[in-house]
Design a protein around this ligand. Structure first.
Ligand SMILES: Cc1ncc(COP(=O)(O)O)c(C=O)c1O
Length: 382
């Protein structure tokens, strides 16, 4: 068990004070839009947390627990200026590339992205005067594409294909950067500066906001968030349990269970998460996730959580963030009452509204029937 006092007054405190995001809290303003990245609030999700014990008499005395009996916290990454968790990684990969001399004034940043990293990079590029070129699978929401266009990115929407195929969006991004002067491929999936962003900012913020942290759970795209936070917690809060949340179509759940690369399920409505391989960012940390600590979350549970959170808490988050919250609730049930559990609220549902609130789209995914009657009022489009 870590000694909280010495921990706060030594290594952790130093890390916090050297953490450029956290230090902003002490000032009355931030320097430009990029200064607003990080330092997101930690929100206690009341509808899932308020689990007092109720004693009720039925035939004999029964102990019932309302909701989870745990505190479920969501880190409000949708409040980053680019609207998602990926702003942190975007800023870090660009600034580390600058430090390494990989990019000079007026250069081009190139990235393969499901959209959110691209949006984060687009803000960084506008602030720093770089051009941005993104390659993204043509399956992503229109809202993300529109935002990228408005922010001035050059976009190539390409058919999705496996990483082993040279036409995979990441390889196309790498090739573009290789073929252009003063261009750098930031390579979010395998560039460890992504993980570093979360090791240096997200992890310390979470532990500062929730010093008695029993468990952390999160899904992965590049793996930067889970890996960076996990590494930080392993070093600074070793009793915190880590749970991987995985959507249908991803290989990570099976990998943790059986050490084989095989998808569980076909595909998912979630965007930005789910993997077909073990990225460099995930490699070291996934080895430490025990088999009972991988949770496969079906889309039906994620979509129900999107509307539950809107209905009960006024929190309007995307399906992948809802999947994270479903995972936190499952962790609460595994660990039992009285625990503090943190997960990530990665982006807002407006980024997917034309899909998530469309009856025909939900029907095409077989999910309309999964939404309880009292929540169907949120499906405002035919
Ligand atoms: C929309 C979205 N983007 C990204 C991520 C994860 O990001 P990464 O693994 O690339 O750090 C998540 C994780 O929950 C997510 O929901």
């Amino acid at each position: 068990m870590i000694n909280k006092k010495s921990f706060i007054s030594s290594g952790f405190k130093n890390l916090i004070s050297s953490n450029k995001f956290s230090s902003f809290a002490k000032k009355s303003y931030v320097n430009g839009l990029l200064g607003a990245i990080g330092n997101t609030p930690l929100i206690k999700i009341k509808s899932l947390s308020e689990g007092e014990f109720f004693l009720i008499y039925v035939i004999k005395l029964k102990l019932l627990i309302k909701e989870t009996g745990c505190n479920i916290f969501g880190k409000a990454e949708f409040m980053n200026p680019g609207g998602s968790i990926k702003d942190r990684a975007a800023l870090f990969v660009v600034e580390e590339a600058e430090k390494k001399g990989q990019i000079k004034a007026g250069g081009t940043i190139v990235e393969g992205t499901a959209g959110n990293t691209g949006i984060g990079l687009a803000h960084v590029c506008r602030a720093k005067g770089y051009k941005l070129v993104v390659f993204m699978p043509n399956t992503q929401s229109k809202e993300k594409v529109d935002t990228l266009l408005q922010l001035g990115a050059e976009i190539y929407q390409v058919p999705p294909c496996p990483f082993t195929d040279p036409l995979n969006f990441n390889h196309q991004a790498r090739k573009y950067a290789e073929e252009h002067q003063n261009a750098v491929w930031t390579n979010q999936f395998d560039n460890l500066d992504n993980k570093l962003a979360h090791f240096k900012t997200t992890g310390p913020e979470i532990l500062q906001q929730c010093p008695k942290l029993d468990a952390f759970t999160c899904s992965t795209g590049s793996g930067g968030t889970l890996a960076g936070v996990t590494r930080f917690l392993k070093e600074n809060s070793p009793t915190t349990k880590i749970y991987l949340a995985d959507p249908p179509g991803s290989v990570l759940y099976k990998f943790v269970q059986e050490r084989i690369i095989e998808r569980t399920g076909d595909s998912s409505i979630t965007e930005g998460i789910g993997q077909g391989r073990i990225t460099a960012n995930m490699k070291d940390e996934i080895e430490n996730i025990t088999e009972e600590a991988a949770l496969h979350i079906p889309d039906a549970e994620s979509i129900r959580m999107v509307f539950h959170l809107l209905d009960k808490d006024g929190i309007y988050i995307g399906a992948s963030s809802a999947l994270n919250v479903v995972s936190a609730v499952k962790v609460a049930k595994i660990l039992g009452p009285g625990k503090n559990i943190v997960t990530m609220l990665c982006d807002g549902a407006n980024r997917y509204a034309s899909r998530l609130t469309s009856k025909s789209w939900l029907e095409s995914k077989g999910l309309f029937k999964e939404i309880p009657l009292h929540l169907k009022k949120y499906i405002i489009r035919e």
